[in-house]
Design a binder for this molecule. Structure first.
Ligand code: BTN
Length: 257
């Protein structure tokens, strides 16, 4: 198989890694490492997850042999830039896909990357607080490499790297490129360059959207006008009132809807 501890350790050196042929969730293991004490940039990688977690309490399926499932530990990022960790992750996936010559890649606030409107990766960032001190962040990323979606409804809303480029790829090489780009963007947390790059790769700005706001459990309709330095999406409602949204699921309205 393309994944072995030896190949991963060599390709990702000197980064400390843990590799699990199967695990419940790499995010759960990374949270435990963060609690126990670990070096910045350490990564937990799994071939299969039996209880992978997505956002909003959803399940994230990672069968063996088909995807990247990893959690990167970031120690003490400035709390004000927590959402920029999502941006850095989206931008790193974007760069990976462009390096593979995949077209029609966009980032979708707050933490999706789409190819031809289909989801190719999921990002789940979880903060570890010690009282009011942010001890660290676990950045969980799942990237579809060769998942089989043909027999499920997912086929219309999800895609994979191999489906897009029509050739086999090596997951170890993908991880090395992904983590190279991730380090590059994480080094820019708080720098305007990260926000500018993120906004340049979004397609929803200036368009009518609906957001389901997790904080208030309400739907907000309006035009997405900006993303601010804290990563909040600014929506202008018909009344002219502007709302800052920190987390939510966005639906982009197609023409006529
Ligand atoms: C989403 O809902 O889009 C986010 C999915 C995040 C999945 C990744 S896979 C690696 C890491 N471990 C988990 O349990 N979840 C994240």
């Amino acid at each position: 198989m393309d994944y072995t501890y030896e190949r991963l350790a060599l390709a990702l050196a000197p980064r400390p890694i843990e590799f699990y042929p199967t695990i419940t969730s790499t995010n759960d293991r990374a949270m435990q490492l963060l609690a126990d004490g670990v070096s910045n940039g350490s990564v937990v990688i799994a071939d299969e997850q039996t209880h992978g977690r997505g956002r909003l309490g959803r399940t994230w399926y990672t069968p063996p042999g088909v995807a990247l499932a990893l959690s990167v530990i970031i120690l003490q990022p400035p709390a004000a830039y927590l959402n920029q960790v999502n941006m850095a992750a989206s931008l790193a996936v974007y760069d990976l896909l462009i390096a593979l010559n995949i077209q029609q890649v966009v980032v979708k606030w707050s933490n999706d990357v789409l190819v031809n409107d289909r989801k190719i990766c999921g990002i789940l960032t979880e903060a570890y607080w010690d009282g009011d001190k942010l001890k660290g962040v676990v950045l969980g990323m799942g990237v579809n490499v060769r998942n089989e979606f043909s027999d499920v409804d997912l086929a219309s809303i999800a895609t994979t790297i191999e489906a897009e480029i029509q050739r086999e790829v090596d997951r170890v090489s993908l991880l090395a490129v992904l983590l190279f780009h991730l380090d590059k963007w994480l080094a820019l947390l708080g720098n305007p360059a990260i926000l500018d790059a993120y906004k340049a790769k979004m397609t929803m700005l200036g368009k009518p959207i609906t957001v389901f706001n997790r904080g208030s459990s309400e739907e907000i309709h309006g035009v997405a006008i900006d993303v601010d330095t804290e990563g909040a999406l600014i929506i202008e409602q018909d009344s002219g009132v502007q709302q800052r949204i920190f987390a939510g699921d966005v639906t982009l309205h197609k023409k006529g809807t």
